[in-house]
Design a protein around this ligand. Sequence first.
Ligand SMILES: Cc1ncc(C[n+]2csc(CCOP(=O)(O)OP(=O)(O)O)c2C)c(N)n1
Ligand SMILES: CC(=O)[C@@H](O)[C@H](O)COP(=O)(O)O
Ligand SMILES: [Mg+2]
Length: 636
Amino acid sequence: MLNTLTGISHRTLLEDINSPADIRGLAIPELVDLAQEIRDLIIRTVSRTGGHLAPSLGVVELTIALHYVFDTPQDKLIWDVGHQSYTHKILTGRRDQFATLRQYKGISGFPKIKESRYDVFETGHSSTSISAALGMALARDIKKETHRAIAVIGDGSMTAGLAFEALNNAGHLDRDLIVILNDNEMSISPNVGALSSFLSRKLSGKTMRRVKAHIEERLGQLSNVGENILNILRKSEESFKSFFTPGMLFEALKFDYIGPIQGHELEDLIETFEGVRDNIHGPVLIHVLTKKGKGYLPAEKNPGLYHGVGPFDIASGKPQSSNGSISYTEVFGSTMVQMAMSDHRIAAISAAMITGTGLNSFAQQFPERFFDVGIAEQHAVTFAAGLASQGLRPVVAIYSSFFQRALDQIIHDVCIPKLPVTLAIDRAGVVGDDGPTHHGVFDISFLRFIPNLVVMAPKDEEELQHMLYTAVTLGGPAAVRYPRGPGERVELATTLKKLEIGRGEVLVEGDDILLLPVGNRVYPALHAADGLRKVGISAAVINPRFIKPLDDELISTWARRCGRVITIEDNARQGGFGSAVLELLGSRRLAFVRTCLLAHPDEFVEHGPQAVLWKNSRLDTPSIISAAIDLMQQKD
Ligand SMILES: Cc1ncc(C[n+]2csc(CCOP(=O)(O)OP(=O)(O)O)c2C)c(N)n1
Ligand SMILES: CC(=O)[C@@H](O)[C@H](O)COP(=O)(O)O
Ligand SMILES: [Mg+2]
């Protein structure tokens, strides 16, 4: 590598690292230098590609130490969420491809089995790693193999029920299993919840007093031994606190607990891991303290902002300027504030995604009506149902792909009892660079079959405002799905209006073909109708607004009139909006109408810019035009 100051070129350590085997011969000072080279590479690359910078910078030493001590890939290393796996990728043969991180056709931002044999489990959604590692440990024992199973999970991800289900089961099964708790006291925003306080031993005064009184009472009943311990405890709050360690929780779950250890000290990490590797059997949890964003000052100072970033300037840390459009998420956030000012029943719930869902302002202005429940989508929905059962009008804002976790709660706790809960489904449709784990392309399919639920999708940001208002004033369960990214730059409404449930709108009249686009596909369809007019095809465009209930009358009338229908949706074809229209046409004896369903095919859509993904799935304007021309030319 060329030193730009001296003009002298020298070989970096990283240039000789092609697999973890290559780091195992290095001495500690060399590993320290290697960590710096890796950090530089991550910062350089992510400043160009965007990505999960702060989580990855926080685990550089941890990753080096794990690959140094354990015999990967025979030993199975599982990265929870996987957004912190950049060092792992660089060390496991993907250094040269790292420049393509999150680029279309480039390497993914998450572990991918097809990318490397070191990626033994795919992640993206949180809190799966302990379950997966436990499964691997059991498979190992059944097959009489000897490798280790290691889950690396963050303190944020540890708050999810799934992680606790796995700990509970692992304690019971008592097999060799290593859980590394990467504790940086951060989820995306600062971590919240009782567990988080417990890990950092920030026990509340109330808890302290209660437990202290209880112990004093119990020990006081004993003779000398009790008095001695009591005296120690009385000495200071600190010594009392030290009586409680985060380990107590895990030990109660039958794990050995080791730590907390400093996560940026390579020597300590390596020594601890070697000790565990060579001496400990059964489930063990190693508590590692790290700093999110370590080594890049702007990220250290503001780890939330640099959790996931777009391209930025390294020197100043400033993100590349956006084009100034307001996003759907921002409109959701401001509309929530607008509604909550006059309706005191409105509450907002986020599952550890306050900024991502645009709820910062609501949280600041209405702290008593805002709840960040941690990474707990299932709980978020049932908690909302509880609020709604007592007269509140909760809005649960969660990304489409994370709502997948809460399907049972939506059905069982919200829709069967018809409770007035609004599901604000952000990131509906393809999200872009995060890829298949994060695309929100299934929600139409998994919500459409639920009785009592009204499902809406706005064509633009102004319609989103009215749909939110319609949802919270409905008096029953409602869902509004809206996409990632900028709106259509339309003017926002100052007065919110209630839409008539199940009523669509005719945007363009036409006789030859009916275009039925959903949500963010409405504008591309309008442009397509313009294009079709130029080649002599008269296309009608209807914005259905409601995916459920459908405007049966309007759609049937226009389908009969045009004789050809194209549905267009940023959702999977299977069970999607197009399927709903086919069901309608069948039930109305309109099966003779020629149809074409434009939607994502029955495969997982890869990562890449949204525009590319829409084009690939034939959901952009030119594809709609060519589908219409094809349908016009179709003969029996
Ligand atoms: C089920 C689910 N909900 C929400 C998210 C969004 N998300 C990604 S990372 C993250 C925070 C994770 O915190 P932690 O595990 O402590 O990792 P850190 O980023 O601090 O390293 C969240 C909420 C997700 N990936 N999966
Ligand atoms: C890893 C993860 O799940 C989140 O950080 C996600 O990548 C955020 O996506 P947005 O950038 O769309 O908020
Ligand atoms: Mg964390």
